[in-house]
Design a protein around this ligand. Sequence first.
Ligand SMILES: C[S@@+](CC[C@H](N)C(=O)[O-])C[C@H]1O[C@@H](n2cnc3c(N)ncnc32)[C@H](O)[C@@H]1O
Length: 363
Amino acid sequence: MKQVMFYCRSGFEKECAGEIQDKATQLEVFGFPRLKNNTGYVLFECYQEGDADRLIREIKFNELIFARQMFAVATEVSDLPKDDRISPILEALVDVEGMPCCGDIRIETPDTNEAKELLKFCRKFTVPMRQALRGKEMLTARDSNRIPVLHVCFIAPGHCYIGYSYTNNNSQFFMGIPRLKFPADAPSRSTLKLEEAFHVFIPRDEWDTRLASGMWGVDLGACPGGWTYQLVKRSMFVHAIDNGMMAQSLMDTGQVKHHMVDGFKFEPQRKNVTWLICDMVEKPARVAHLMGEWLIKGWAKEALFNLKLPMKGRYDEVLQDIENLKDFLKKNGFQYKLQAKHLYHDREEITVHIQAISNISPH
Ligand SMILES: C[S@@+](CC[C@H](N)C(=O)[O-])C[C@H]1O[C@@H](n2cnc3c(N)ncnc32)[C@H](O)[C@@H]1O
């Protein structure tokens, strides 16, 4: 297998491709990305047989910013007849050397505006396709999350790429997108961005300890309170920093202290803050530096923040800001774990999470 499929936000194919090319080169896997603007995916073509599997094992999925999912492509099938799409897919798959037996199936489509209709078809197609694959023992009889996931990615009703990803190195979400419901009582839609970040960056089995009730958070650029809402909902207390108005419903909980001051100047009185969250619309380099300052001073244990992307050179800019921040933390002897992702709810920004390493449990 020589091709790897990556999903990304439509319009960010160039950034996704640039990032994959860098990672592949670092691994000495040679090839080139194929992309078309606004398709929501990038195909990386390796020159050498077998390198697709190497890439999906060795590129650390968590370290990719712009890719929402990655899988090795076993085969591409086009001109599928409307009355029987299953037989040609099975036939094509049977011949592929190295295609593993999978424990789950996702019938997906890249996330574009035009894909809505296709998605309905994907949903309907899942049950018969699953049964057929089980019949050929290409899928286990029962779902298993210990062995690879089989992906069928339709880019048109009669045209799909089929392949697999490893469960320890992929996105656990269908199409790489956590499905979240907007909470009716939240003050702004951007609440979903922070909720998504928790799903992507914090393992579910650590939520009880890392997003625990009674913790304190600081929300820089908090108004009207969508991010604060996520902490309040988890029974935390929040210093909300912004000159604007906070939603009264949040103030009424008694869990929020609103400070009408500059987020770049605020200093917590007590050093009991676990979470620093920041959604200020500001120059990314300035925000990144501020986050670094908070962490090295020990004012917070975990930071979650947005970096706004510039109009041009979006990949280079974020890469530079993140590298500068890493250098700054390193120079100050700060041990950390950093993840950055262009989340589904992000548009012209990415979301970064940093955890102080002394905070990480040994398990
Ligand atoms: C995108 S909005 C935040 C939305 C918020 N996260 C939510 O979910 O409702 C950005 C906010 O940052 C605030 N802001 C921008 N610069 C700031 C600064 N220097 N200090 C404090 N707040 C700032 C703005 O007033 C604005 O309310």
